[in-house]
Design a protein around this ligand. Structure first.
Ligand code: PHE
Length: 448
């Protein structure tokens, strides 16, 4: 069967769909809140527009040149058929690991869509109790919503690039942006807006600490979906007519804008209600619902719009996590798309069930190791270790192993020679060295 390709717009929406997700709307606002606001936002922006965008572009050209699954990509692009490089491609496993716990949050979102309609919590305290007891006691309901999310994700991937991924993103992404714009315009009218703006852009270096750098850089990876072969795999189905400079720039800018706008929207609502911005992971599941309740009928509308946007953004990201592994079985092991989808979905889904249990009262004692339950371990392992590690491999591969003529031919027509040289310098030296230093600090070998 001939492989289908993305249309020009379809490709941009698909990588945008992968990039914009929980990382932007859920995680970015709460880590900004925890890390003091403005300076954190600045460091995040700097990492996105140096290391982040360079590796992003690196992954695009790997996919575009090889047009294969990730493992084959590294194999065929290595000089003299050196087979060892193919192992970098196996970092698609990281995406499968993320896929096990990411839809757990999607399941919470589904639960909150239903709650928005009929039972928003009336006080902050009630909201906290509701959220905590959902995670700790509602095993059946969580598994139910998790299963729904997984069926949606797997069904989309089983339909292929054009009829599955492209179709889904063509509908969900524009709708998502309309919903976000609606919330943005509404937040302009709220009194907390200027406070939110100040919180996000005021540079208060007192609150700056070196741990925030690490979190900001790690988040740049997560937010751009790099270091997990997702961008490589989507770019394998790029059409030759796509201008990769325009595509990459527009996706990265839109991705960052979505994060910032979500932050503004959420903090506006929070400051208007005179609540605190530093509530951690519960910011959107605990603080927001009780504020929505206080707003009356319009609050219900706003709650629905908010949680539906979150669902749309995260489904398109989760879908992208499955594609590299599925491509691997199709291209290298001769599987049909359906069979490959079923195999990886079952693997990831089963792991996810254990992860759900690790959050619950009944099972958490068996599934907690060194004070972190399985959910936190997987989150930590993937975003603090595996993604940055793959980032180092990918940047060294693209910078030193990949034939320079190939990267030049792929990039110079779109970016020009000057930008190409800057990109090459970042991907060869700045990206791998700074990620390496940050990882040493994370593991505790370096202290600063
Ligand atoms: N970028 C997605 C987000 O911001 C997460 C993601 C990570 C998607 C890795 C694909 C691969 O939520």
């Amino acid at each position: 069967m001939k492989k289908s390709k993305f249309s020009k717009v379809g490709y941009v929406l698909a990588i945008l769909g992968s990039a914009v997700g929980l990382g932007n709307i859920w995680k970015f606002p709460y880590i900004t809140g925890e890390n003091g606001g403005g300076v954190f936002v600045l460091v995040f922006l700097l990492s996105v527009f140096t290391i982040g965008i360079s590796i992003f572009v690196g992954e695009i050209i790997l996919g575009k040149i090889a047009k294969k699954d990730p493992v084959t990509t590294f194999e065929v692009l290595a000089p003299n058929g050196n087979k060892a490089y193919k192992y970098i491609g196996f970092t698609f496993i990281t995406a499968i690991l993320i896929l096990s716990f990411y839809p757990i949050v999607i399941a919470w979102i589904f639960h909150y869509i239903v709650l928005s309609i009929n039972s928003l919590p009336s006080t902050l305290k009630a909201s906290e109790t509701a959220f905590v007891s959902h995670i700790k006691d509602d095993i059946f309901l969580q598994i139910f919503y998790y299963t729904l999310a997984f069926i949606w994700i797997s069904y989309t991937i089983s339909k292929g690039v054009k009829d599955g991924i492209e179709k889904l993103n063509n509908f969900l992404m524009p709708t998502l942006f309309l919903l976000l714009l609606f919330m943005l315009f509404y937040s302009f009218t709220m009194e907390g807006f200027s406070k939110a703006f100040y919180f996000m852009f005021n540079l208060d270096f007192e609150k700056f600490n070196t741990n925030s750098i690490l979190i900001a850089v790690g988040h740049a990876f997560f937010c751009l979906s790099i270091g997990v072969t997702v961008i490589i795999s989507y770019s394998a189905s790029i059409s030759d007519k796509t201008n990769i400079a325009k595509a990459a720039l527009s996706v990265v800018i839109m991705d960052v804008l979505t994060a910032i706008l979500s932050g503004l929207i959420i903090f506006t609502i929070i400051f208007t209600a005179a609540s605190e911005p530093n509530k951690g992971a519960g910011l959107v599941f605990i603080t927001l619902p009780s504020i929505f309740y206080d707003m009356g009928t319009f609050g219900v509308v706003l709650a629905l719009v908010f949680f539906i946007s979150l669902a749309f953004a995260s489904i398109t990201s989760a879908v992208s996590m499955l594609e590299p592994a599925v491509m691997y079985l199709i291209d290298r092991k001769g599987f049909s798309r359906l069979k490959a989808t079923i195999v990886w979905s079952l693997a990831s889904y089963s792991l996810g069930i254990v992860v759900i249990l690790s959050n619950t009262n009944d099972y958490s004692t068996y599934l907690t190791f060194a004070n972190k339950n399985l959910f936190d371990w997987l989150d930590f392992l993937t975003s603090a270790i595996l993604m940055p590690l793959a980032g180092i491999f990918v940047s060294l591969f693209v910078g030193f192993v990949l034939d320079k003529d190939k990267s030049r031919n792929a990039l110079v027509p779109y970016f020009g020679i000057r930008i190409y040289n800057i990109w090459l310098f970042i991907i060869r030296y700045i990206a791998p060295i700074s990620i390496f230093i940050l990882m040493l600090k994370e593991i505790g070998i370096l202290k600063f």
